[in-house]
Design a protein around this ligand. Structure first.
Ligand code: GUN
Ligand code: FE
Length: 458
């Protein structure tokens, strides 16, 4: 079967600007050259297949308890921190960086270590249904280029950043001049552009205002403008961090102002966390058209704080979800959806005044369509609009060893909610990026078995 020319008949669920969840039953979706060419009632399937020259043997008919959703979008994840996922969560942000994170990231200058570790990270993230990820790598350019090669091999869509840091960092893990940092970043961007990957973009990645001096941030802002590429960084994640930044930049009116003065707040900027933004900062970020990556697992795990995501959404700020591995311990966006709902519920409990918290379906929209907007990819992916690329997950609530129990009275909407709350990668039968099946259940179960065998062998 030609992978990029096919149709799927059955149930589809996605988000639109009008509805957090739109369920489409008895539909047929056609894909050609990676793009969605039709989404129509099944009665029209014969006409559509001949119109687009899709052979009948390339039609996949979904079974009961199967449905298709858009691929998940992780707007903030640190690929080199994955070896620490589930470890070392006993400290607050700044100490956690020093004690656990920097020593781990430093190891990636060893390209052999980087190669095997990055392959495991990207495989794990894809298996959990993340079709687009916005990655932080490390300060090492060659290791970051290697990560891009692996992402390309495995078929994921991604934004990838070589990290910049030239101050307030350990001697063993920092860049020693602005010039070196800029030269390496330019080399990184130019190499990625030359490689001309189909699904990978370079992203300018100052770690945060604590670890980059003003001059470096300004030069990075210029690079982002010169190459017209996105920017990602951290902001207002912990109280101690905000205080440190205000002591470092006394001439700036706020943390957001530090980035704004450097030209880093653009309509292609993704700002992780944003828990402690002031009203003025929210206004500024909205004005600049920058997006927020909400990383609720990380915020709870290293006790950074509780973002009021409803407030940002009501004020019209663009928000997507992130795992923030390994401040967050879970590589799945399903987990980010659940924890986002629980953090929002905690605001409702504390407010005790009818505060309306984020629903699981709102969180599903953040994880798909809004994530695509946050990464400026919404003309390409995010839902099943005709003309977009087919980045999707085939969900099966009846998959072998599934932990989801469906009952006769459950509607398709109930099935989505149950998957979002109680499902996991066992329910993800296939992962598609740009119409190509990059992972299917057979691979998934082979990997699971070999992992088990490995463990039994010890
Ligand atoms: N702020 C600066 N660096 C980091 C990081 O690696 N993780 C998190 N969560 N916050 C940061
Ligand atoms: Fe982070």
């Amino acid at each position: 079967m030609e992978e990029e020319c096919f149709a799927i008949c059955g149930s589809f669920i996605h988000s639109t600007d009008q509805a957090a969840v739109e369920t489409l039953k008895n539909k047929c979706l056609g894909v050609k050259h990676g793009k969605i060419v039709f989404l129509d009632d099944t009665e029209l399937v014969q006409d559509r297949l001949s119109e687009f020259g899709i052979p009948e043997e390339n039609v996949l008919k979904l079974k009961e308890k199967q449905f298709v959703i858009p691929g998940f979008i992780d707007t903030h994840i640190h690929a080199p921190q994955y070896p620490n996922a589930g470890k070392g969560l006993d400290m607050g942000l700044l100490e956690w960086l020093e004690k656990y994170t920097f020593p781990t990231e430093m190891k990636f200058k060893d390209l052999k270590y980087a190669s095997s570790t990055y392959r495991r990270v990207v495989s794990r993230v894809l298996k959990n249904g993340t079709t687009t990820a916005c990655y932080f790598a490390t300060i090492d350019t060659d290791a970051t280029l290697l990560l891009c090669g692996i992402i390309n091999d495995l078929g994921q869509r991604a934004l990838v950043g070589k990290v910049n840091m030239n101050q307030n960092s350990p001697e063993y893990y920092m860049e020693h001049s602005v010039e070196e940092s800029i030269l390496e970043t330019r080399r990184y961007i130019e190499t990625i552009n030359k490689r001309d990957y189909k699904y990978i973009t370079a992203v300018v990645t100052p770690r945060f205002a604590i670890s980059c001096c003003e001059e470096l941030m300004k030069r990075l802002g210029q690079l982002a403008a010169e190459f017209n590429i996105p920017v990602q960084t951290h902001i207002c994640e912990s109280r101690a961090e905000v205080e440190f930044v205000s002591s470092l930049y006394p001439d700036c009116t706020s943390y957001a102002d530090v980035y704004d003065k450097a030209g880093l707040l653009t309509d292609k900027t993704v700002l992780a966390h944003c828990i402690y933004l002031t009203e003025d900062e929210i206004e500024l970020i909205k004005e600049r058209g920058s997006a927020v990556s909400h990383c609720p697992n990380s915020n709870l795990s290293i006790r950074s704080g509780l973002l009021d995501v409803q407030k940002l959404l009501q004020q019209g700020v663009q928000v997507g979800l992130g795992t923030d591995v390994s401040g967050g311990y879970h590589p799945s966006i399903l987990d980010a959806i659940r924890v986002a709902v629980h953090v929002s519920n905690s605001h409702a409990i504390i407010a005790a005044n009818g505060y309306k918290s984020l629903s699981v379906r709102d969180a599903f929209r953040l994880a798909t369509l809004e994530g695509a907007k946050a990464l400026s990819l919404d003309t390409v992916v995010g839902n099943f609009e005709v003309g977009k690329e087919f980045d999707a997950l085939l969900i099966d609530l009846d998959s072998p060893d599934s932990h989801v129990d469906v009952f006769d009275e459950d509607t398709l909407e109930d099935c989505l909610d149950k998957f979002l709350y109680t499902g996991d990668d066992r329910n993800i039968r296939a992962v598609y990026v740009g119409g190509r099946k990059v992972l299917d259940a057979e691979n998934t179960y082979t990997q699971r078995n070999s992992l088990n065998n490995g463990l039994n062998g010890h």
